[in-house]
Design a protein around this ligand. Structure first.
Ligand SMILES: NC(=O)c1ccc[n+]([C@@H]2O[C@H](COP(=O)([O-])OP(=O)(O)OC[C@H]3O[C@@H](n4cnc5c(N)ncnc54)[C@H](OP(=O)(O)O)[C@@H]3O)[C@@H](O)[C@H]2O)c1
Length: 351
């Protein structure tokens, strides 16, 4: 009896986090334990139910991004969880609410403290793993398709990096929007691309520009590029006049960032009737994203979108998920789950 109440006390006074201790490989990933504290004024304390593993979680550990955060830090670009405590001066959020946030860092933990004004309410009926994928990957695809450009039924689009987390979000939302889609992916992932009704092209063995110029000689309306600026020239070549290439791939260093900005400017002054635009989510106030998240939650609730969650892992097994994403074998999304939600789920839902 005494042991049972002691273990309950332990569970409620401490939480564990996945921490990157230094720049490097998977050996830099450790689990640490921290005392729970009451949330500060304006904060909510969230018991994390789900947090995806995305390319940028890996990139910030190995050092493949400009403006890097110094270790130690907890990775985790977005979270979904249940509010279990409120700080002073918090309104509009209650204990027990299911909420999500775009955190950039901190999501790969059992608990996170976050500014109450920056969280969005999530309908509790949604699958947490699918709903949390909407917070970054679907937001990127949705905002590019509806805010950076305005896609219309029948538009033709090429998705570069089509099999990944953001790529499959483009395919899912593009199918809903009635687009004709082409997706660059390695051959093993072509069935995933075809399942969305898109035509897969193997960028490793085929010259995609040649393939598309034969199939679509009039040119495409849009190219959505999640890879590097090495795709700009051929991406522009497959656009029709008036077409737009939107680039959202994260630059690998500060020098690549400046090169990217330079190329964006240069290609836009070329008199070819085509445009290149850049897109990035930011780390500041994300209240403006709430309308789009609510739209996406609505689409998920109605079964009109179906985010591809390829595998789920317990939060504290994050290293296995990082290794799988780094292997390049994954299509879709990997999601870390609280132990309670993970129980009963198969590690790989595609097996
Ligand atoms: N701007 C923003 O706010 C924002 C937000 C989220 C993500 N991003 C960026 O978006 C990019 C994709 O992120 P993600 O999370 O979707 O990554 P991901 O899930 O790892 O998917 C990337 C996909 O690209 C494919 N790929 C790799 N090299 C390629 C190449 N040379 N040409 C074409 N495809 C290639 C890989 O599959 P196969 O090669 O096997 O086909 C992989 O499935 C990253 O650069 C990330 O930084 C930006």
């Amino acid at each position: 009896m005494i042991a049972a109440s002691l273990s309950t006390q332990e569970v409620t006074t401490k939480f564990k986090s996945v921490v990157v201790t230094h720049r490097g490989g998977l050996d830099a990933v450790k689990i640490i334990e921290t005392d729970l504290r009451p949330p500060a004024a304006g904060e909510v304390r969230i018991k994390v139910l789900a947090s995806p593993v995305v390319q940028d979680d890996i990139a910030v550990r190995v050092g493949n991004r400009p403006f890097l955060q110094k270790p130690p830090f907890v990775p985790g670009y977005s979270v979904l969880g249940e509010v279990d405590a409120l700080g002073a001066d918090v309104s509009g959020v209650s204990v027990g609410d299911r909420v999500a946030a775009l955190t950039n860092f901190g999501g790969h933990a059992e608990t996170i403290y976050w500014d109450a004004a920056q969280v969005v309410q999530v309908p509790p009926t949604l699958d947490p793993a699918q709903a949390v994928v909407l917070i970054l990957n679907y937001l990127v695809a949705y905002q590019i398709m509806n805010r950076v450009v305005q896609v219309r039924p029948g538009d033709k689009a090429l998705i570069i990096g089509a099999s990944g987390g953001v790529g499959t979000a483009f395919l899912d939302l593009g199918r809903l929007a009635g687009l004709t889609m082409f997706g660059l992916a390695s051959a093993g992932k072509h069935p995933v691309i075809a399942d969305y009704g898109a035509m897969p092209i193997d960028y490793r063995t085929q010259d995609f520009a040649k393939v598309l110029q034969e199939i679509e000689p009039q040119g495409l309306d849009f190219v959505f590029n999640g890879m590097g600026e090495e795709y700009f020239k051929r991406g522009l070549a497959v656009l029709k006049r008036g077409g737009v290439l939107v680039h959202y791939g994260g630059p690998e260093s500060l020098s690549r960032f400046f090169l990217l900005v330079g190329k964006l400017i240069l290609y836009n002054v070329l008199p070819n009737g085509k445009a290149i635009k850049g897109y990035g989510t930011h780390r500041g106030d994300v209240r403006q994203y709430k309308d789009d998240w609510n739209t996406l939650f609505g689409l998920l609730a109605q079964g009109r979108i179906d985010p591809l969650v390829t595998a789920r892992f317990p939060i504290l097994d994050a290293t296995q998920a990082y290794a799988l994403l780094e292997s390049g074998r994954v299509a879709g999304n990997l999601v870390l789950m609280s132990p309670e939600l993970f129980q009963g789920k198969s590690r790989s839902e595609t097996e």
